[in-house]
Design a protein around this ligand. Structure first.
Ligand code: BGC
Length: 358
């Protein structure tokens, strides 16, 4: 009898210990879990920032983190293969080229490793569980609207010359940025209020492979030489991110003959872009607080590891304002459930106040 009682007490103690260990994470102890994070090259400022935020936030929550920055597509495929072979518990992936990872991620599916597509969408695979990003269409719409507000075409008989410079065709986001911007600008182009002297008004005509700042610089030099050498005034250039905006700005500073400073847009709030806004050169940037994006990603990853459903009900638990969208992001295989954060405009009016406490 006494022996039976001892066995029972032992059993209850074991049960209580197991419950305590697992209680803080819905049945799983984060410290036993490893998160694999794969980012593009650090040569684009924001990926260095995103990677380090994600690493520190996951670490604070008690996860082990394996973080890799890959300079090119083949390296990225290899990095993901290594993380899968290491049996990470969840993968966070920012694809360099959205269409190149389907085969590699099949191995994640085989091993039941969930995958979050972070910021850029991974295409042509059902291996990803969800997408965490900013509202990319809105980013472009903010850039287009900034140009309209700055030039006020509705309040004058004047017409304005504008150009468009957008991002990498391998990045699904680039089409969303362009789509948001052109939806605002197109009515003015159609009505003749905005003229595009280069004639380049489609995504393909205005794309910049690799989001290359150098290429944006050279392309703008060519545009200025070909269409503005007669002294034509350039009023605005819609650039999809800061690197492109700064490349275009350099070309304008060296090769533009007009006396005005054109409105030039950006995105990301890179250090050089913020300085340029303070100096009165770049007009604006669309700021995406990557700490919020990282914060939301940690919450979503934890929800996945706890076996929670990825649906609208999660929104209330997320640490930053988000929209849950199940329609907009079709990756070619499925409509990917998406958590989309809200971007903000920064220009010379709010550059210091908005960033004060961030
Ligand atoms: C990101 C932007 C970034 C661009 C170039 C996009 O997918 O959303 O923030 O500027 O890639 O890296």
């Amino acid at each position: 009898m006494k022996r039976k009682l001892e066995q029972l007490i032992f059993f209850i103690l074991c049960f209580a210990m197991a419950a305590t260990l697992s209680g803080c994470n819905g049945g799983k102890d984060p410290s036993a879990k490893t998160v694999g994070i794969v980012m593009p090259s650090k040569s684009i400022e924001r990926w260095g920032r995103d990677g380090e935020y994600l690493r520190s936030l996951f670490t604070e929550e008690g996860y082990n983190v394996e973080l890799r920055f890959s300079d090119d597509v083949l390296r990225q495929i290899n990095d993901i293969q290594v993380l899968i072979a290491d049996d990470v518990d969840i993968l966070i992936v920012v694809p360099i080229d959205g269409g190149t990872l389907s085969r590699t991620l099949e191995d994640a599916t085989i091993k039941n490793i969930p995958v979050i597509s972070y910021d850029m969408l991974v295409l042509n695979t059902d291996a990803i569980d969800c997408y965490v990003s900013f509202d990319n269409y809105r980013v472009g719409a903010l850039q287009g609207q900034y140009i309209v507000d700055a030039l006020s075409p509705d309040e004058t008989e004047d017409t304005f010359n504008i150009e468009l410079v957008t991002g990498d065709p391998a990045d699904n986001n680039a089409r969303f940025f362009f789509g948001g911007a052109i939806d605002v600008l197109q009515p003015y182009i159609d009505s003749g209020k905005f003229i595009v002297p280069s004639g380049k008004t489609t995504f393909d005509q205005t794309a910049t492979p690799g989001w290359s700042m150098d290429l944006a610089f050279k392309n703008m030099q060519n545009t200025l030489a070909s269409y503005y050498s007669d002294g034509k005034r350039l009023d605005a250039v819609m650039c999809s991110n800061d690197g492109l905006g700064l490349g275009v700005l350099n070309a304008v500073q060296s090769d533009y003959l007009g006396g005005n400073t054109p409105v030039i847009t950006g995105q990301d709030g890179d250090t050089a872009a913020l300085q340029s806004i303070r100096d009165g050169k770049l007009s604006m940037t669309v700021y995406k607080d990557v700490r919020n994006e990282a914060d939301v990603t940690v919450s979503v990853a934890t929800a996945i590891l706890e076996g929670k459903a990825l649906d609208e009900s999660l929104i209330g638990e997320l640490p930053a304002e988000c929209v849950f969208d199940t329609e907009s992001y079709d990756n070619g295989v499925k409509k990917v459930p998406s958590f989309l954060l809200v971007p903000e405009v920064i220009d010379s009016d709010n550059v210091d106040s908005l960033l004060k406490n961030r």
